[in-house]
Design a protein around this ligand. Structure first.
Ligand code: BG6
Length: 479
């Protein structure tokens, strides 16, 4: 027996991003986007974030797995039917901006792109699956990067507003839940992915990233305004990569250091989106780091007037911080390296596994913001083996998901308001950070491999049946 109960109407489902599964990178009038020039393999983030990277495709040197993805573009009906069979109440997906505005700065949208997502939403609704749509998930049109310098440039706010408004007008009868920028707070660590530029030197990284972020904050508020005006009853949230930060020990210097890391990484973006203002501590942080944000008159007003309705988050790991650390102490695998936490195991990719951290994080976020929370990404990237009889017995994934879902249940009992849970990469797709197919998150296996081979056949893993039971019992049956 569990001592918690998931609320009626809890949004169980799965999550994906357009660039990691659609493929068809030049079909339907789509323009090129950042993901199209991201090579396959572990080198990808180094290649694209090097200042001076030319954003060109080089087939002699690299492969480009996102070009084909898992061909969701042509197989969406089959995939959504499988999601429905698992019992999904919701499907979190993203729209590729460059399918709608191929270059990004056009005045008129591309009808073929809009029609594609109409078909996808219709398929979802046919199966009573509620779409949750991320407007921008690491797939900025390439032209806005090369010609405008990405979010460094204030003009991009206008292009984004036009794009978001186009979506709200077109899909107002079909989509009620929207998210603005995927993992917006990751921008200072890897600006290229969401801001569309790489600062020339480390010295200007924070200044330029916070300037780009400010533009995104204003754009996000304008999207909130438009969404509420165009779609009555809609809900729109921000999306944070959430990693609660632990102090390595009780040395007050380390505790203070961890607190500051937490404030800057987790709370600047949260505060602007939910409280509609930059937090008190940001003044000193900006001053000490030589950050001066250029704002236009009315910006702060806009932020204050149009806060988000809820916070959505991805949760994969916690982060442990120590003020002075040696190279050996670094947690190599974690996306944002702190020190290794001696109490945690890590995945095959070195990501530390910490379900309790999710409970801690949900409590922290809810205490601070008092708005509903939605876990829109969580899962285990792992190597899977197809047995001779065709089965895939991914007990390691089931264990991972079970423990994290339990942690959510406990948080609900703690008093946290949680709207839903969508397992990341519910169907195998291309990994964002490593461009691998072999880093699999899916409950559905896709026969596609790192070298590009494979039939693309879909196959249900053991976790598929397990999750079906979880959803059917509204989280009561986890074993
Ligand atoms: C999140 C991203 O950071 O993590 C997803 O929003 C990504 O796009 C997911 O796929 C898992 O990361 P990775 O690198 O294992 O694919």
């Amino acid at each position: 027996m569990t001592n918690y109960q998931f609320p009626e109407g809890f949004l169980w489902g799965g999550a994906t991003a357009a660039n990691q599964l659609e493929g068809a990178y030049l079909e339907g009038g789509k323009g090129m986007n950042l993901a199209d020039v991201m090579p396959g393999g572990k080198v990808r983030l180094n290649v694209i974030s090097k200042p001076g990277f030319d954003f060109k495709i080089d087939h002699d040197k690299h492969t480009y797995p996102n070009h084909d993805g898992i061909d969701f573009y042509h197989r969406y009906a089959e995939d959504i039917a499988l999601f429905a069979e698992m019992g999904f109440k919701t499907y979190r997906m993203s729209i590729a901006w460059s399918r709608i505005f191929p270059k990004g700065d056009e005045l008129e949208p591309n009808e073929d792109g809009l029609a594609f997502y109409d078909r996808v939403f219709d398929e979802c609704l046919k199966h009573k699956i509620e779409p949750v749509v991320t407007i921008s998930h690491y797939e900025m049109p390439l032209y806005l990067i090369t010609e405008y310098g990405g979010w460094r440039n204030r003009e991009v706010i206008t292009f984004f507003e036009r794009y978001a408004t186009t979506l709200f007008n077109r899909y107002k009868e079909k989509v009620k839940y929207w998210l603005t920028f995927n993992e917006i707070n990751g921008a200072t660590h890897l600006p290229i992915m969401s801001l569309g530029f790489s600062p020339a030197t480390e010295d200007v990284r924070l200044q330029e990233s916070f300037q780009g972020l400010h533009h995104q904050f204003v754009a996000s508020s304008l999207a909130v305004k438009a969404c509420h005006e165009i779609i009555p009853g809609s809900q729109i949230g921000c999306m944070l990569i959430y990693m609660p930060v632990y102090s390595y020990d009780c040395n007050p210097q380390n505790v203070l250091h961890a607190m500051k890391e937490e404030q800057v990484f987790n709370f600047i973006c949260g505060d602007v989106h939910v409280r509609g203002e930059y937090p008190a501590f940001s003044k000193r942080f900006f001053k000490e780091n030589g950050i001066s944000i250029e704002m236009e008159e009315g910006d702060l007003d806009t932020l204050k007037k149009y806060p988000v309705d809820f916070i959505s988050l991805s949760y994969y790991m916690s982060r442990t911080e120590k003020k002075e650390l040696t190279a050996e102490e670094k947690a190599s695998g974690n996306l944002i390296a702190g020190v290794k936490n001696p109490h945690l195991e890590a995945s095959d990719w070195g990501w530390e596994i910490d379900p309790t951290g999710l409970r801690i994080g949900l409590n922290q976020l809810y205490d601070r913001y008092r708005v509903p929370l939605f876990i829109v990404e969580n899962g285990l990237g792992a190597y899977d083996t197809v047995e001779e009889d065709g089965s895939i017995n991914d007990d390691y994934r089931i264990n991972y998901l079970r423990e994290h879902i339990k942690a959510i249940g406990e948080s609900i009992e703690d008093g946290v308001e949680v709207m839903g849970y969508t397992a990341w990469g519910c169907i195998d797709l291309v990994s964002m950070s490593t461009g691998e197919m072999s880093k699999r998150y899916g409950l559905i296996y896709v026969d596609k491999h790192d070298d590009g081979s494979g039939t693309l056949e879909r196959r249900k893993k053991k976790s598929f049946y397990w999750y079906q039971n979880v959803i059917e019992s509204n989280g009561a049956k986890l074993d």
